[in-house]
Design a protein around this ligand. Structure first.
Ligand code: MSP
Length: 513
């Protein structure tokens, strides 16, 4: 099989248990992984935890734990969340694993061999919360405290012997690469941001620390640990068994198809990571898409701001699929989005219960009563039937293209439009008035069932559990879901039994309803 797709989430800091922002990145990545899977791709989907560095060492100390036990505990909660979110990740990497450490040290040695690393001294601002170095022009004093302008996190002055990576040497090659590969960084506003940052001049990057020990040791210099971002970024290849570039996994899946990240970590992914790869003479990922933040009020949701929303609470209250649907539909992808329980309830009531759930129930009940519990034998499709059926067929390649442009909002709005049309079609065709014309009645039911089947397939990447429950109507299992089958108008076998299904979504009754 030569259609393959390697997607990654950022690896999360296990400094505290996961929140909605983390769940968001993971759910979106899962959406793409599932879509590509049903479109015939072989998938590698990586997520994990980023466990080294001062931030984690401090968090462990605050909890009176040694860093390894602390990471073991919290990383487990991220692993559990992956299951609760029903992610289809094929691997979960922890940067404290041996396979990763070996890989990071090999990349370091490779950069050293290429003479891209030298020993010097770093004097400048550092944010522990962001694990990032900031220039004087990126710092401001807020409330008498020096903070990074972009993240508002506090910075401290650092004066330390450090190894440096010759980032400045890669300024021109990076700019050339961005120019030749206009889709490398998306959305385009973020691409422009990166280009102007690089054009303003790149300084060499400090890539080791001497003043603490929680990290991967620099090869041949036990006094230094490797900068946590050089360590973390390498996860994308350590999970493919780098440095063994002959390994099947590496050969098959590198370069990655898509690194999905939040906008807060764009610089690391769009500048540092490609520079390390260029220096090591390794291929660059095909695309880096940086999405916006889930806000709480006007602020980024984050542990350090104490404004987090626990995805588990929302899932307990509403279920997983409504949360997935809501995050995919209501956050304009690429931009920041606010979470509102009211909007989530609107989605459940109008889109999921009414538009989708009701349609399925209604048509199944009608078919059971009037078509002997079976998929009816259809007559010739008329013009109206063909319009609604052909729509999917005609749009198949547009949908694929939009997915490759990460236009999630197009995808979900497309489904919503098809749902409206399906409901309208069934109402307008009035099969209940066609008892005298059973051929026509059966053809209307067949057409609507076919459309429901197609919609369920499209919904699979968004609300997988419910899509599968609905596909039980036709006895279609997960393995049989195939995006290409949207072109078929007569996929459903006439005479086959129709299964009843339970209500797909219960409406939320609100006090003021
Ligand atoms: N460990 C680094 C990433 C290393 S990747 C090689 C890191 N971790 S993090 O836990 O702080 O955040 C990781 C990602 O979680 C963010 O880039 C973003 O994708 C997601 N989010 C964290 N908070 C978020 C929001 N409030 N909203 C949306 N996503 C956010 O940075």
């Amino acid at each position: 099989m030569n259609k393959k797709f390697y997607i990654t989430t950022p690896i999360y800091y296990p400094s505290a248990k996961p929140h909605m922002g983390h769940a968001y990145s993971s759910i979106i990545a899962d959406f793409f992984a599932r879509f590509k899977k049903i479109d015939g791709y072989d998938i590698h989907f990586l997520t994990g935890t980023d466990e080294h560095g001062l931030k984690i060492q401090k968090a462990a100390k605050d909890n009176n734990m040694d860093p390894q036990s602390f990471c073991d505990d919290i990383s487990k909660t991220f692993m559990e969340l992956s299951k609760i979110l029903n992610l289809t990740n094929t691997d979960f990497i922890r940067t404290t694993e041996k396979r990763h450490k070996l890989s990071v040290q090999s990349l370091w040695s490779e950069l050293e061999r290429k003479e891209d690393i030298y020993l010097s001294k770093y004097s400048g601002w550092y944010s522990i919360s962001d694990e990032a170095f900031y220039g004087e022009n990126e710092i401001e004093e807020f409330d008498g405290i020096k903070r990074a302008i972009a993240s508002k996190s506090t910075v401290e002055w650092m004066d330390e012997e450090s190894y440096f990576f010759r980032l400045s040497k890669w300024e021109k090659p990076l700019l050339d690469y961005y120019e030749k590969n206009p889709d490398f960084i998306a959305p385009s506003s973020r691409r422009n941001e990166v280009i102007s940052f690089v054009k303003s001049g790149l300084k060499d990057l400090s890539i080791s620390r001497k003043s603490f020990s929680w990290g991967i040791k620099v090869p041949n210099d036990q006094d230094h640990v490797i900068y946590v971002w050089l360590d973390a970024l390498t996860n994308y290849i350590s999970a493919l068994n780098y440095p063994n570039t002959k390994d099947e996994l590496y050969k098959k899946f590198w370069p990655a198809s898509l690194h999905l990240i939040g906008k807060d970590i764009l610089r690391f992914h769009a500048i540092y990571w490609p520079a390390f790869l260029l220096a090591a003479n390794l291929p660059l990922p095909r695309k880096i898409y940086s999405h916006g933040w889930i806000l709480s009020g006007d602020e980024k949701m984050s542990k350090s701001r104490g404004n987090i929303l626990d995805p588990l609470d929302i899932i307990d209250k509403y279920g997983l699929d409504p949360l997935r649907y809501y995050l995919i539909k209501e956050v304009s992808f690429g931009n920041d989005g606010n979470i509102s329980q009211e909007r989530l309830e609107d989605c459940i009531n109008s889109d999921l219960a009414n538009n989708f759930g009701n349609l399925c129930q209604r048509v199944v009940t009608f078919a059971n009563k009037n078509c002997d519990n079976t998929i009816p034998v259809k007559d010739k499709f008329n013009k109206d039937d063909l319009i609604i059926l052909n729509k999917f067929k005609l749009d198949l390649d547009i949908i694929r293209k939009k997915i490759d442009e990460q236009d999630i909002n197009f995808y979900i709005n497309y489904i919503v439009s098809r749902l409206f049309e399906a409901n309208k079609y069934f109402n307008d065709q009035e099969p209940w008035k066609k008892k005298a014309n059973p051929e026509r009645l059966k053809t209307i039911v067949y057409t609507t069932l076919e459309v429901i089947r197609k919609i369920c397939i499209m919904l699979f990447p968004v609300i997988p559990q419910t899509s599968l429950r609905a596909l039980k109507i036709f006895d279609i299992t997960e393995k049989e879901i195939d995006f290409s089958s949207l072109v078929d108008h007569d996929f459903l076998k006439c005479g086959k039994k129709i299964n009843n299904i339970d209500i797909l979504f219960k409406k939320i009754i609100r006090e003021n309803d």
